[in-house]
Ligand binder design. Structure first.
Ligand code: GLN
Length: 488
């Protein structure tokens, strides 16, 4: 039986554990086997913590037997390798942090632990979460389970590939400009980025602090709702964390769609979108209409400026955040520095990869005297206009929809030589980050044998609504149940 356990989603696994159909030790063993068998092919994990996981699973089994244990008691998960884990290294996909072991757990890690989840390891990612293909990782690219010559998307490529190949039923991830939704789309799974401030950033290695937000990758909206409910909530250790109660996202999943107003973002289907991809989106919208929702087109005129705005704001914030890696306090230190300048220069030069250096240089440039007003300030102004567009739109409709990514997955290496082409992958996802809105991606079909995603964006703190729309769609369709043949 344990060979088939991976066919279940997180919700079913949690229920199966509670009703003692199988034990957590059995479940963890089954997933560890899948991880081991696929690692040389997919490269989804940076660290696997088998021993700790089996110990925690035995403890979870005792808790369950005693009638204790949280909503995720005994359920295996894994973390993107930028969530700090006490005693287990956190590399952030970088050589800079290759030996970094955090003395404490990120709030997200602690919360999932106290809900009973078992961590099987740390997932591969683009270096410092900068990328859209998982090719910037110091630990090598991750491969897409649907076709291993293709990228899984990024920066949470390890999380997405692991969930898509059912190496794990759910994983944490982060989204600064699309890094949960874009890999979810390219790997055919469900991913949600909550409202900025909904999930604590404490212990989450910073890339661009005004945009970074932790979230979930899972195989369905139902599972994402369950995991998010356990992760979300106010944290006094994060000054941007918002002190409002977390609704029960699971309880509202089934609400009927009658009367729900859906707005298709006009700018997202006007140009640049692959035609087959567009067809899948329109078919998905027809499903939602049949389920009772009403559909109209909504224009957000400033949205096409998201990519240039983001690629000023995000590098600016990253140049500041990454200044802490100086070779002095923690992280990579060069051998035998001659003096302080040499220590800084060589430690950073050796520790960071090319994409991270490009961002730091861009960020330093746009923040420098004389250019600050022309670039950074201007970008912040346009960011406000984009937020205002969304605000206006949510006066008219309940949720906004569109594609998640302009194309399905592309070949490994196809875009690495041209950063601008790579940045354009984020064209549909960045807007939600700039405005701090919750957004998710669900699978809605295939183009050329590769999955594509439908994106659903909500108003601030409307996670329950977008999960509800996604769940109703998944009740009518079975795209989210499809598994790549090789990992079936
Ligand atoms: N692809 C975007 C970037 O490279 C977004 C990354 C992210 O969301 N972490 O910056």
């Amino acid at each position: 039986m344990s060979e088939l356990l991976h066919k279940n989603g997180l919700t079913q696994l949690a229920a199966g554990l509670r009703t003692k159909q199988f034990s957590s030790v059995e479940l963890v063993r089954a997933y560890l086997q899948r991880i081991e068998a696929s690692q040389s092919v997919l490269n989804a994990f940076i660290s696997v913590t088998a021993e700790q996981a089996l110990g925690a699973a035995a403890a979870a089994d005792r808790d369950i037997a005693a009638g204790r244990g949280g909503a995720l008691a005994g359920v295996p998960i894994a973390h993107k390798d930028l969530f700090c884990t006490a005693g287990v290294r956190t590399t952030c996909g970088s050589r800079m942090l290759a030996n970094f072991v955090s003395p404490y757990d990120a709030t997200v890690v602690a919360k999932l632990k106290s809900a009973g989840a078992i961590t099987l390891g740390k997932l591969n990612m683009d270096e410092f979460a900068m990328g859209s293909s998982n090719e910037t990782s110091y630990y090598g690219p991750v491969r897409n389970p649907w076709n291993i010559d293709f990228v899984p998307g990024g920066s949470s490529g390890g999380s997405a590939a692991a969930v898509a190949a059912r190496l794990i039923p759910g994983a944490t991830a982060t989204d600064t400009g699309g890094s949960i939704r874009q890999p979810a789309a390219l790997c055919g799974i469900t991913g949600i980025k909550p409202t900025y401030g909904r999930v604590s950033r404490y212990g989450m290695v910073a890339f661009a602090s005004s945009l970074d937000q932790g979230g979930v990758l899972a195989t369905s909206a139902e599972d994402a709702a369950l995991m998010l409910r356990e992760m979300a909530g106010f944290d006094p250790n994060d000054s941007t964390s918002v002190d409002t109660p977390v609704p029960d996202y699971v309880a509202s999943l089934d609400a009927p769609l009658a009367g729900v107003k859906i707005g298709l973002i006009k700018e997202f289907v006007d140009e640049g979108l692959d035609r087959e991809n567009e067809r899948r989106i329109r078919e998905a919208l027809a499903v939602l209409e049949r389920a009772g929702a009403s559909l109209r087109e909504v224009s957000l005129p400033h949205l096409p400026s998201s990519v240039p705005v983001y690629y000023v704001v995000a590098p600016a914030e990253c140049s500041s955040n990454l200044a802490r890696y100086d070779g002095v306090r923690f992280g990579h230190r060069c051998q035998e520095p001659r003096d302080l300048q040499d220590l800084y220069r060589r430690s950073r030069g050796e520790g960071f990869g090319a994409e991270v250096k490009r961002r730091i240089m861009t960020g330093t440039y746009v923040l420098s005297a004389g250019y600050y007003d022309a670039y950074y300030l201007k970008a912040q102004r346009v960011r406000q206009l984009i937020s205002a567009d969304f605000k206006r739109a949510f006066g008219e409709v309940d949720v906004l929809v569109g594609p998640t990514s302009p194309t399905a997955a592309f070949r490994i290496g196809a875009k690495t030589a041209d950063p601008i082409t790579m940045y354009l992958n984020d064209i549909y996802t960045i807007g939600a980050n700039l405005a701090g809105l919750p957004a998710l991606s669900i699978p809605c079909g295939f183009v050329g044998g590769l999955p594509v995603g439908l994106q659903i964006v909500g108003a601030h703190f409307a996670e329950a609504r977008i999960l509800n729309v996604a769940h109703r769609y998944q009740l009518e369709t079975d795209w989210h149940r499809k598994l790549p043949e090789r990992f079936a």
